[in-house]
Design a protein around this ligand. Structure first.
Ligand code: G3H
Ligand code: 13P
Ligand code: ZN
Length: 311
């Protein structure tokens, strides 16, 4: 099975009322945990790589690890650049074998976002690669850039048709109240997503795949594991799973998850060291971390995304 694009995945997901999980990968244990889970529950998969992940692990290592996972599991996997912020990084990932890239022009004006996104689409489509664009600004932290809640803005449904038509993007990330990181709502604030905006967008863009970033649920079990074993993450809070499930039944075909993987890995490593303070073999503490990721991803696929048994 070669690396695939998201085209067919999204079409089936749209028609079937489910979403594909797009999981951020940074090393071998994360890739193995995710792909072993997806293989067990027969789920299509998107593995996404951020600029920070490429800097940490190097493009070639991540690519080879993903190729190994495809050979090992036989899964259809799309390899996606997460939050490409200029043409050069998108070009480098397209030339380097990714099947999908995101050009995140959301910090630019509407016109400049269109111009940049179209430049990436032209280059990508000529090489069989698909492109995700973004309209609207999420709050939270990505690659050390912190967008405050005040600077965040919901996607304007009145702009989506023009954006999609003029750029030719294959999918669109929107802002409806999700945010990056582990602190998505203020303490005491009721988690809420703007389903009314999603509904308007899907009316204006029939049969078009929508993407939700910042969609970790910040699973309390792992936050507790961190806090009970020497960590300090007060007030960590995420998107309730039932809201994500509802979005997956609508036009949302791709749901991005990174923070939950980080929490599962960190929680299990902290617990391991609290129980085995004298251990120092990385295989000993990375094995339960990989197993925690696998369990988490299986639960996401079955309970939240609804993409099990879709291959
Ligand atoms: O949206 C951001 C992702 O969580 C990636 O985070 O840029 O720290 O790798 P990163
Ligand atoms: P989380 O921080 O909610 O996991 O979001 C990840 C993401 O959107 C990656 O692009
Ligand atoms: Zn994101």
């Amino acid at each position: 099975m070669p690396i695939v694009t998201t085209k067919e995945m999204f079409q089936k997901a749209y028609e079937g009322g489910y979403a594909i999980g797009a999981f951020n990968v940074n090393n071998m244990e994360i890739i193995q945990g995710i792909t072993e889970a997806a293989a067990e529950v027969k789920s299509p998969l998107i593995l996404q790589v951020s600029a920070g992940a490429r800097k940490y692990a190097k493009h070639v290592y991540l690519m080879k690890l993903i190729e190994a996972a495809i050979e090992d599991t036989g899964l259809p996997i799309a390899v996606h650049l997460d939050h490409g912020d200029d043409f050069e990084i998108c070009k480098s990932c397209i030339d380097g074998g990714f099947s999908s890239v995101m050009i995140d022009g959301s910090k630019h004006s509407f016109e400049d976002n269109i111009k940049l996104t179209k430049q990436v689409v032209d280059y990508a489509h000529a090489r069989g690669v698909v492109v995700e664009g973004e309209l609207g600004k999420l709050a939270g932290i990505e690659d050390d850039v912190n967008v405050s809640a005040e600077d965040a803005s919901y996607t304007d449904p009145a702009q989506v048709e023009e954006f999609v038509t003029r750029t030719g993007v294959d999918s669109l990330a929107i802002a409806i109240g999700t945010s990056h990181g582990a602190y998505k709502f203020k303490p005491g604030q009721k988690p809420q997503l703007r389903f009314d905006i999603l509904e308007k967008i899907q009316q204006r863009l029939p049969n078009f795949p929508i993407v939700l970033h910042g969609a970790s649920s910040v699973i309390p079990e792992f936050v507790e594991m961190i806090n009970n074993n020497g960590g300090k993450m007060p007030d960590a809070i995420g998107i309730p799973e039932d809201m994500l499930r509802q979005a997956a039944k609508m036009a949302v075909c791709k749901i991005n998850i990174d923070s939950d993987l980080r929490l599962a890995m960190t929680g299990s490593i902290r617990k391991y060291f609290a129980e085995h303070p004298d251990h120092f073999d990385p295989r000993q503490y990375l094995s339960p971390a990989r197993a925690a990721i696998k369990e988490l991803v299986k639960k996401k696929i079955i309970n939240v995304l609804g993409c099990d048994n879709k291959i």
